[in-house]
Design a protein around this ligand. Structure first.
Ligand SMILES: *[C@@H]1O[C@H](CO)[C@@H](O)[C@H](O)[C@H]1NC(C)=O
Ligand SMILES: *[C@@H]1O[C@H](CO)[C@@H](O)[C@H](O)[C@H]1NC(C)=O
Ligand SMILES: *[C@@H]1O[C@H](CO)[C@@H](O)[C@H](O)[C@H]1NC(C)=O
Length: 225
């Protein structure tokens, strides 16, 4: 007689225990550095596009093209994928992206100070991210799909096959950084408590989907220029 209700209580308790983990994946301390980063990102059109030659693109790992659509694909593929794992991946990917953009900028390029500041703010956010989680979190084994991506990203460049490289404009890469940041750290950017809005590939983009897919295969993304 007692057991079923105990089970029920246990179930409820389980739900309560689980809920905070699922909902609050972003510590509040992350929001200050991310908003600072967001302030810089608002000038990206000028510094990542106008200051570059038309159709300028840089060579990146194909895994460094990390968009909203990748996030939804990964969530579908890996059951119960922890948001924290995606956040770690976001830092790993974009650290490489920013480094690559800086590397192509000559010392006196007008976008250099901006990009250096962007990278500094990004690293500040990463520092807070690392410190706001227990160290064990970063030693946890990653789901296989994610580990594979991680391994590719950290592979020695000369061991990466030619076919694995892509070309992308600095602006499109930084756009990806920005859009995926809103999705993965939505608690810092949403006033409505809904991550869905930020994680959804926007309607205007859906309309251009076939074009985008075609463009992805090409060296540059003319729609972004
Ligand atoms: C992030 O930056 C955009 C402008 O690029 C701004 O509209 C938005 O309010 C900012 N969000 C936060 C939470 O600061
Ligand atoms: C930029 O790329 C588009 C599409 O590939 C091409 O039509 C255009 O001529 C290019 N512009 C320049 C200046 O190279
Ligand atoms: C995102 O998707 C594109 C195209 O499907 C793919 O080339 C890229 O490797 C994916 N990025 C990640 C981080 O998985």
């Amino acid at each position: 007689m007692v057991q079923p209700s105990l089970c029920f209580l246990g179930g409820l308790l389980g739900l309560f225990l689980m809920a905070p983990i699922v909902v609050a994946s972003t510590p509040a301390s992350m929001c200050t550095p991310l908003k600072t980063l967001n302030d810089s990102l608002s000038h990206r059109r000028r510094y990542m596009k106008h200051n570059f030659p038309i159709n300028y693109s840089i060579r990146v790992h194909h895994e460094e093209i990390f968009k909203l659509s990748n996030i939804s694909k990964m969530k579908l593929k890996v059951e119960g994928l922890d948001e924290l794992v995606l956040q770690r991946l976001w830092f790993q990917v974009n650290q490489g992206v920013l480094k690559k953009i800086i590397r192509v900028l000559p010392e006196r390029h007008p976008s250099r100070p901006y990009t250096a500041e962007l990278e500094r703010r990004f690293r500040d956010a990463e520092g807070v991210f690392v410190h706001s989680h227990p160290a064990e979190v970063f030693q946890q084994e990653l789901p296989e799909t994610i580990q594979d991506i991680w391994d590719q990203l950290t592979e020695e460049p000369d061991r990466v096959p030619e076919s694995s490289w892509r070309f992308a404009s600095p602006k499109s890469l930084v756009d990806n950084l920005c859009h995926t940041m809103y999705c993965l750290f939505w608690e810092c950017f949403s006033s409505t408590e809904a991550s869905q809005d930020y994680c959804e590939v926007s309607h205007s983009k859906k309309g251009r989907k076939t074009l985008n897919q075609k463009v992805e295969m090409e060296p540059t993304e003319p729609t972004e220029w």
